[in-house]
Every structure is written in structure tokens, then in C-alpha cells.
Design a protein around this ligand. Structure first.
Ligand SMILES: NC(=O)c1ccc[n+]([C@@H]2O[C@H](COP(=O)([O-])OP(=O)(O)OC[C@H]3O[C@@H](n4cnc5c(N)ncnc54)[C@H](OP(=O)(O)O)[C@@H]3O)[C@@H](O)[C@H]2O)c1
Length: 422
């Protein structure tokens, strides 16, 4: 059988892990009934750079045209990072008649219309299993394993860096800054961590998951987000005293009237399945109308975990050859329901505020129609409040501001019923 030839675009963490896996896992591929996968070319910016893989050196090129013009190459595996350049590489590959496999969530989430339109026109596959939660096969689950289900909600931990930072803060009493530095030293966080801690990365992944779940295109910029950077140890300890753990949650829910999507630090009960997911692990809880509740946990980043997903896509293409569902694995419809933020809905909220508010906070809550569930005072006043209308919380916050009482943090808890109730 003719080998299945691929080209790698980019030879960084994921590219090298895919290389290593293909060198060592060829027998598995053959056992799976797929053609042997052979890397024919690797696109890099600098062919003289030492990638410490001697056999790969002769395959390096900085000329993309040699890949596009090589009729033997069946699949282009786009692992360069960056948005626009990566999109252009992928579109050029599809136009040259090649299938595309990518781990680039930013491109899939932001440019899905453009990317999948070309894939459909060209009758080529564009697969992206590695773009969400790396080792956990979420895309395959939504596309195939759970295809018969109507899925109306999911909650997940989709950014390993944020989860690592909050876990370190919770378990080792580290400050946010110290935990972030440790994440950077270990290579979990980039030098500029904004995309991870402010929720952009998780919003890209949630946009992809939400689009597949709700079968309509959700753009990441429509997803509300709240940074984890304001979480302090005192919040983690106060949350724990109230019976909660703070986790970086990505949530999507459909009702008859709207879609609610957001990425934010949320308080989960200590025994919630997602509350147990620590360090850089990712997880997704889904409810299917047939399958009921499920939680999937696994490594959401790292070379070999991501290579696992890239290879799953490659094996799928290698196995099915020309009988693939060509490119038609992403919705074409635009959002039909309004997208709202679950952060601005009724629910239970955690507040940390000026300790001087202790004497008047109960009165302020009462007159705004907000139930004060729990409170405690140490250096700050911490409280759990329940509002039947988000407007009531806004009234409380406005009154505190009017009295010059600072609110240091405000996080939603899972009691909002926005999270799946296990
Ligand atoms: N790392 C993970 O755990 C992970 C997990 C899931 C998804 N992803 C996604 O996978 C993709 C790759 O991530 P990574 O961690 O492997 O990145 P990386 O380590 O930074 O490697 C990127 C590679 O692409 C090359 N490159 C960048 N721009 C290029 C261009 N315009 N033309 C040619 N080559 C270019 C770089 O070249 P140089 O060698 O010259 O720098 C480098 O070899 C990203 O989209 C990322 O979001 C990563």
C-alpha cells in the first residue's frame, strides 16, 4: 500500500512531538488498518536551527511552495501558531487539494467560515481534534460518539495554565504571581500569559465546542470572560470555608430563548467533579439527552498529549481515504439565538469587600432584595449572596460604591444552576 505522506508546518513543541510519535508509533498505525504515515517535508522559518532530530534535518524547508506543489503530500499538518499566517497556510493547502489537520484553536474559532468554506469547495477534510483539550477526544465525541444526542449544556476547564495557577494557589498557598512564575518556569504559561489567564484561549476552545454542540457558528469575541488574575489566596480560603473551590470554568448553555456562554473563575462545591480536576489537567462535563451526564478528564496541553489528537485525525484520514466527510464537520449556520453572559444573570455570588461594610452590608442586601446567605470578616468582609435578578446585585454594588466601600472581587458560584448539577 502506498504510504500516506504528510507535511508538518512548524517544528516546535507539538510538531516535534508528532515527529517523535510517528517515528515510534508506526506499527500502531498499521495495526489500525491505516496506511503507513510518512513525514515528507517540514516547514520552518530557519532551516539552520538545531531541532535536535538528525533524521528530520533533511526534510526541513522554508519554502512552502515545495510542499504545495508536491503531489505526493496528502495532508498538511498546521502547527505553527499565529493566526493570519496559519490561516493562509491552511487555505493554500486546501486549494492545492490537500487535507488539513491543525491544533490551532485560534484559527478554527476565529476563521471557521472562511476555512471550512474552502474545505467544502475543495472537497477536502479539515480536522482539528487537537485544538480543544489536546488529549481528550472532545471533537470526535461531539461529532461521532454523541452525534445522536441533543446537548444543551457543557461546563469545562479548558485552559490548563489557569487551572495550574489556581491549583497551586489552593494547595500550596502560593500567591497568584508566584504560581504564575512557576507556571512560566515549567513551560505551562507563556512569557505573556494574558491569553491564558484572561480567558481568550479558553474562549476560543469554548467557541469551537459550542459551535459543534449547538450546530451554529459561535465567534469567540461574543463570549463573556472574567480574568483569574484578580483571584487572591484570601478568596480561595474564604471560598473553601464556605464549601467551595475556585476553578477556571468555561460554560455554554442553550435555552429556548438564548445561548449563555462565558469563561470565568467560578466557585464549585468541593465535591463537584470539575472541582477535583487539578494542575494543568482539562475536563469537560456534558449532558446529552440520551447519554445523560458525562465528565471527561485529561491532559489539555503538552507535546505528546497534543500529538495524540493530531495523530487521531491523521489516522482517521489515512483510514477513510477519499470517503471522508469532506470538510463538512463544522456548522455553516450563524448564531440564531442571542448570546448572553451567564455572569449577568440571577444566581449566587461570592463577594469580597471592604471590612467596614460589615455594619451595613446586611441592610444594603435587604433593601435591594438580595439574600445574604453567608458572611465572615477577617481582613475583608466575604459573603455569599443570592439574587433572583442580576439587577439587584448591581444595586448592591452601586450602593457600596456610593458609600465608598470597595469591592475587591465578585465571582459567580455554581449555585447559579448554570453549571451542571451532579
Ligand atoms: N503546545 C501545546 O501544548 C499545544 C496544545 C494544543 C494546541 N497547541 C497549538 O498548536 C500550535 C503549535 O503550538 P506549539 O506549542 O508547537 O508552538 P511552538 O512551540 O511555538 O512552535 C511553533 C513552530 O512553528 C514555527 N513557525 C511559527 N511561525 C511560522 C511561520 N510563519 N512559518 C513557518 N513556521 C513557523 C516555529 O518556528 P521557529 O522554530 O522558527 O520558532 C516553531 O517551529 C499552536 O497553534 C498552539 O495553539 C499547542
Amino acid at each position: 500500500m502506498r504510504p500516506f505522506y504528510i507535511a508538518l508546518l512548524g517544528f516546535g513543541t507539538v510538531g516535534q512531538a508528532v515527529w517523535d510519535a510517528i517515528q515510534t508509533n508506526r506499527p500502531h498505525a498499521a495495526a489500525n488498518g491505516a496506511r503507513q504515515i510518512v513525514i515528507k517535508r517540514i516547514l520552518v522559518r530557519d532551516t539552520n536551527k538545531d531541532y535536535r532530530r538528525a533524521d528530520a534535518k533533511m526534510l526541513l524547508t522554508d519554502d512552502y511552495q515545495t510542499i504545495l506543489k508536491d503531489a505526493d503530500i496528502d495532508v498538511v499538518v498546521a502547527l505553527t501558531g499565529a493566526d493570519r499566517a496559519a490561516l493562509n497556510y491552511m487555505i493554500a493547502a486546501l486549494q492545492a487539494g490537500k487535507h488539513v489537520v491543525t491544533a490551532n484553536k485560534a484559527v478554527v474559532a476565529k476563521y471557521s467560515e472562511q476555512l471550512f468554506a474552502v474545505a467544502r469547495q475543495q472537497g477536502r477534510a479539515c480536522y482539528f481534534e487537537a485544538s480543544v483539550a489536546a488529549a481528550i477526544p472532545i471533537i470526535g465525541l461531539l461529532r461521532d460518539g454523541l452525534a445522536a444526542n441533543q446537548i444543551d449544556s457543557c461546563d469545562g476547564i479548558l485552559n490548563g495554565t489557569s487551572n495550574y495557577i489556581l491549583s497551586q494557589m489552593a494547595h500550596n498557598q502560593m500567591s497568584y504571581q508566584t504560581a504564575l512564575c512557576k507556571a512560566q518556569q515549567l513551560g505551562y504559561a507563556e512569557a505573556n500569559p494574558v491569553g491564558d489567564v484572561d480567558g481568550d484561549d479558553a474562549a476560543n476552545k469554548l467557541a469551537i465546542v459550542g459551535s459543534l454542540m449547538f450546530k451554529q457558528i459561535i465567534h469567540p469575541q461574543t463570549i463573556a470572560r472574567q480574568s483569574i488574575a484578580t483571584v487572591e489566596i484570601v478568596d480561595i480560603e474564604a471560598a473553601r470555608a464556605f464549601g467551595y473551590v475556585i476553578k477556571p470554568i468555561a460554560t455554554a448553555k442553550r435555552t429556548d430563548a438564548e445561548l449563555a456562554l462565558a469563561v470565568y473563575p467560578a466557585l464549585l462545591p468541593l465535591d463537584h467533579p470539575l472541582g477535583q480536576v487539578d494542575d494543568s489537567f482539562n475536563a469537560l462535563s456534558i449532558v446529552g439527552d440520551l447519554a445523560d451526564k458525562m465528565t471527561f478528564i485529561g491532559r489539555g496541553a503538552g507535546g505528546s498529549a497534543t500529538a495524540s489528537a493530531v495523530l487521531a485525525d491523521l489516522l482517521s484520514i489515512a483510514r477513510h481515504g477519499e470517503h471522508l466527510p469532506q470538510g463538512a464537520n463544522y456548522p455553516v449556520a450563524s448564531v440564531s439565538l442571542p448570546i448572553c453572559s451567564p455572569l449577568q444573570r440571577a444566581g449566587t455570588f461570592y463577594l469580597r469587600l471592604d471590612r467596614h461594610a460589615a455594619s451595613c452590608f446586611a441592610d444594603i442586601c435587604r433593601s435591594a432584595g438580595v439574600a445574604l446567605l453567608k458572611s465572615a470578616t477577617e481582613n475583608d468582609l466575604v459573603a455569599l449572596v443570592y439574587c433572583t435578578d442580576y439587577g439587584d446585585l448591581t444595586t448592591v454594588l452601586a450602593e457600596l460604591k456610593r458609600r465608598d466601600l470597595a469591592v475587591h472581587n465578585c465571582f459567580i458560584t455554581c449555585c447559579s444552576s448554570r453549571l451542571i448539577d451532579f
